[in-house]
Design a protein around this ligand. Structure first.
Ligand code: SF4
Length: 219
């Protein structure tokens, strides 16, 4: 790193500390908005949340969780029936394949239980790093990474905490900037902030608690 890059990195680090302090005042308990009571339910809900709002997923999952209790139930599900049951969340054919494949792998490799490591989770069909981070951080309380969804992607770039565009690279940048004990909370908080205040295409900068720390602020 040359001198300019070192100074920019130090500025980002100092700014992110202030950002975290302000966000903690406003969202001290931010957590996952997907309704769930078990690790399996959270995996299924997170798979369903791809390209779909959490609110929509939360409309679909109560009936699903009443019908399918264990991994073994999803593993033997009729794909055509499951497709209909999750249709309103979009991309339902792929999501059905993911849920059934994930559940079969849980039954075959993990006795039907959801594993608690990044390696084992991401080895499951349909489970990428984002889903694994949600499950590890929210259910198992393990800060293994930073969830980069559409809101975290947008806000970290608006806040100029990263210049990169790929979620994997953005996650690396955030892991370097944010203290590990805050990784899970930080992702959920940016997601809440992105839904409520820094709304895509119409950010409410005038009422944003970060407006003095945000290079993209319009006020
Ligand atoms: S100041 Fe505006 S652009 Fe920056 S985070 Fe807040 S709402 Fe988003």
């Amino acid at each position: 790193m040359n001198k300019t890059q070192t100074a920019a990195a130090a500025e980002r680090k100092a700014r992110v500390r202030k950002i975290i302090t302000r966000l903690k005042r406003n969202y001290p308990d931010a957590t996952c908005a997907l309704q769930h009571e078990t690790a399996l339910q959270l995996v299924v809900a997170t798979i369903l949340s791809a390209q779909c709002t959490d609110a929509r997923v939360n409309m679909v999952t109560p009936a699903l969780f009443t019908k399918y209790h264990a991994a073994a139930d999803y593993a033997v599900a009729d794909p055509r029936v499951l497709e209909r049951e999750i249709q309103s969340t979009g991309f339902f054919r792929n999501k059905t394949k993911s849920i059934i494949g994930m559940a079969q792998a849980l039954v075959e490799r993990h006795g039907g239980e959801v594993p608690d490591t990044m390696e084992a989770l991401t080895a499951l069909p349909g489970v990428g790093r984002k889903t694994a981070n949600v499950v590890l951080g929210t259910w198992f309380r393990k800060n293994e990474g930073v969830v980069v969804d559409t809101h975290v992607h947008r806000l970290t770039r608006l806040l100029k905490l990263t210049k990169r565009d790929d979620p994997v690279n953005i996650e690396q940048d955030m892991m370097a900037l944010v203290p590990r004990e805050d990784w899970t909370w930080f992702s959920h908080t940016l997601i809440h902030h992105g839904r409520q205040v820094c709304i895509a295409r119409r950010p409410r900068c005038e009422e944003c608690v970060l407006n003095q720390l945000c290079p993209s602020s319009t006020v």
